[in-house]
Design a protein around this ligand. Sequence first.
Ligand code: HEC
Ligand code: HEC
Length: 355
Amino acid sequence: MRTLRFVAALALATSGAWAAAACAPSGPAGRSLPAGRPLPELPLGASPLVPVPPDNPLTEAKVELGRRLFFDAQLSRDSTVSCSSCHEPERSFSDGRTVARGIDDKEGTRNVPALINRAYGRSFFWDGRAHSLEEQALLPMVNPDEMGNTHEEILRRLGASGSYRRQFVGAFGADEITEERVAQAIASFVRTLVSGNSPFDRFEHLGDTAALSESARRGLALFRGRARCALCHTGGLFTDERFHNTGVTWRDGELLDSGRFVITGKNAHRGAFKTPTLRDVARTGPYMHDGSLATLEEVVDFYDRGGNINPYQDPDIQPLDLTLQEKESLLAFLRSLSGEMRFGRAPLDRESAHK
Ligand code: HEC
Ligand code: HEC
């Protein structure tokens, strides 16, 4: 299997505060992972330009600390819920439920998104209200429907643990445990969750025609052509990172969730949600911000009929009039996006990753 490896150079300032770690392919022409660089081997299809904020460089110690925090239920008020309770590795870090369930079995209002390739994301949550993974990481801990804790209490618990204190020293060179450092460690871990090397990638990047069935190849052509999907699910991550009203939230003449509008106040954002990645999509149902579509078949039917028509609907959503065979092809293509999950340094155990 061909992989890409990260190299040390911090180069190419992209937008604003972001910088990108430049990478080169491994193999004969490639360079190896320099000592002290924590990044996993990137699977085929994952962009080698991984944005990392300049004030939180990725280090192995931070990723390891972040991994421990991500799986630690102590972060929740009653020590029953960890990040991984909702973001399960086997489901590409989603949870299989319609909407999230937090402490005391409280239900949220939104579906748990997959956490793969989020290092490349530009904004976070369905409505994009968090601007960085660092900013995002602190919010579930104090959300009363999720982990229901306070940051003070979390810092107290972590500070009471000798082994956490040692790990913070290892990661930050100082034993003071702060909110900012907790966020930086968790964000570093989340940045390493990458999926790639799917049948689609082997077809697209290695020219391996056998990797996709004929039906899936027809589906890919539809996806990029007449079915209009690639207008929004663009590029190698299958998302434009923008916000669109497809009509999912339109019921009985009203928008049940205003979506991005709450953040920007722009009419065009009424009922608009972030385009999700479609990588690993066969593992991440139910679908949409509210989990209202149970299967990929339902999703394809939804687009086929032109979504739910409403006054704020994106003009790129149009009735498609697909034949049964075309729908099957589109589904075969979507299923070909299931890849291999990388998780921290090591690839996630194949068995659990391919369930
Ligand atoms: C109770 C379930 C639950 C827990 C616990 C939880 N999350 Fe989430 N997570 C969600 C839901 C639901 C969303 C989407 C919420 C929204 O968009 O309004 C989300 C969104 C995210 C996103 C944004 C993904 C994207 O593509 O925009 C990240 C990153 C994330 N969570 C990481 C974490 C981390 C780190 C923790 C632990 C500190 C955590 N989550 C704990 C349910 C949960
Ligand atoms: C106008 C932009 C746009 C077009 C065109 C579009 N999508 Fe989407 N897609 C979105 C947005 C936005 C969402 C999230 C909507 C929501 O949750 O309310 C989404 C959600 C999805 C999901 C659910 C993923 C998940 O993790 O919940 C799938 C699957 C999907 N789209 C597939 C397709 C396919 C297949 C096509 C073509 C037939 C298509 N999309 C066309 C913008 C678009």
